[in-house]
Design a protein around this ligand. Structure first.
Ligand SMILES: [Cu+2]
Length: 129
């Protein structure tokens, strides 16, 4: 019985120069856009006590960045003073005893008044660019 040895046929293929596409060059760094949505909120705190009322009550915040106002209610607030209104940004927040967080994003420069529903001032924000 005859055994056949398979001869390995080696085919030499000539390289074609320039056939391999070069790796794309990474694009240049892009400048971040202004005020990305992931920007941290501007945080403020206010307390409500029998001694000082709503205090501190004057804040400065930047436009187009979200605001978190923590209101720590340590006094008994009665009647409509338990509701904080900021009509420019549809703020209508019912304050509970303890810590409350009022959130909004100012979109225009100027004053933002926080009041009770009757208009008695609780605090104000100055919004800047
Ligand atoms: Cu009131």
């Amino acid at each position: 019985m005859g055994m056949t040895t398979r001869g390995a046929a080696i085919t030499v293929i000539a390289n074609e120069t320039g056939a391999v596409a070069p790796t794309p060059v990474a694009s240049a760094n892009e400048q971040p856009t202004e005020a990305p949505a992931s920007a941290p909120a501007q945080k403020f705190t206010m307390s409500v006590t029998n001694e000082q009322g709503f205090y501190p009550n004057s804040f400065t915040a930047k436009k187009n960045l979200s605001v978190e106002l923590e209101v720590d209610v340590k006094a008994d607030i009665s009647g409509c003073m338990d509701t904080m209104i900021g009509s420019d940004y549809d703020i209508a927040y019912r304050l509970k005893p303890g810590k409350n967080t009022v959130r909004f994003t100012p979109t225009k420069v100027g004053k933002l008044d926080l009041t009770c529903p009757m208009g008695i001032p609780m605090g104000e924000f100055t919004i800047t660019n």
